[in-house]
Write a protein that binds this ligand. Structure first.
Ligand SMILES: Nc1ncnc2c1ncn2[C@@H]1O[C@H](COP(=O)(O)OP(=O)(O)O)[C@@H](O)[C@H]1O
Ligand SMILES: [Mg+2]
Length: 230
């Protein structure tokens, strides 16, 4: 669907275990380039499930999903993994950095997966991203030697490593104190401006919704547009 970066149509998603649970039915969502979209809804409403569908981590039972114009139903698991690694950056609720690797090495991981080896360009990009995150001086430190806010920034640098068109952030500010919360959201906002990335984040924190161009709420197994800028 040419103009949309993210296109979901009539999605049905059920979990079978422990008993059948219909999370979405006839869910539609269309997101254009460089949009920042927030998904809200109470705990258990399906925010993570939706982000996993968009992130090509999980499959719907029914419906169409096209990400960057690609119909992901036609991809096998290996192709999905490559598609994800090259096109989508993930920011999680709890940063999971590899403790045995330095900050610099952590940021390099997506490129290592993509190219199987590290060339000078890749290392240069990692350094540039660490500079962008104001973390260049910490590049040889280990994750346990830096602060929680710095770890988040390392994770965001890593998410940007392969220049993804889309960033998916599942409750990126959960468990953060207010200062850190706004600094992380400021950073996400700046990334959209500087890299033209499409960003979709989930939250139940109404204070960060001001960063979104559009806000959708999960309600009755569907998405409802509740606010749109302009
Ligand atoms: N892998 C799974 N298997 C079975 N049920 C699941 C699975 N993941 C989530 N669920 C259920 O689906 C519903 C939506 O979950 P989730 O997408 O994690 O919601 P949210 O992120 O909004 O808290 C919840 O009832 C949850 O218990
Ligand atoms: Mg969740």
């Amino acid at each position: 669907m040419g103009t949309y970066q993210i296109y979901l149509e009539n999605i049905k998603k059920t979990y079978k275990d422990p008993k059948e649970l219909v999370v979405f039915e006839n869910l539609c969502l269309k997101i254009i380039e460089s949009e920042i979209v927030a998904i809200i809804g109470p705990s258990g409403s399906g925010k993570t499930t939706l982000l996993n569908l968009i992130g090509v981590i999980d499959n719907p039972d029914e419906g169409t999903i096209e990400i960057l114009g690609k119909d992901i139903r036609n991809l096998n698991e290996n192709e999905k993994a490559n598609f994800r690694n090259e096109n989508i950056g993930f920011i999680f609720q709890m940063p999971h950095l590899v403790n045995e690797l330095t900050i610099f090495e952590n940021v390099l991981i997506p490129s290592l997966i993509k190219y199987k080896f590290l060339n000078g360009n890749v290392k240069k990009r990692a350094i540039e991203l660490l500079e962008y995150m104001e973390l260049a001086q910490k590049k040889d430190n280990f994750p346990f030697e830096i602060s929680g806010g710095e770890r988040r920034r390392v994770e965001i640098a890593r998410a940007l490593m392969n220049s993804p068109k889309i960033i998916i952030a599942d409750e990126p500010t959960a468990n953060l104190d207010p200062n850190l919360k706004f600094s992380i959201m400021d950073l996400i906002y700046k990334i959209r401006k500087d890299f033209k990335t499409t960003i979709i984040f989930s939250t139940h924190d109404y204070e960060i919704l001001k960063y979104a161009d559009k806000i959708y709420k999960i309600e009755n197994r569907k998405l409802k547009l509740i606010s749109e800028e302009n």
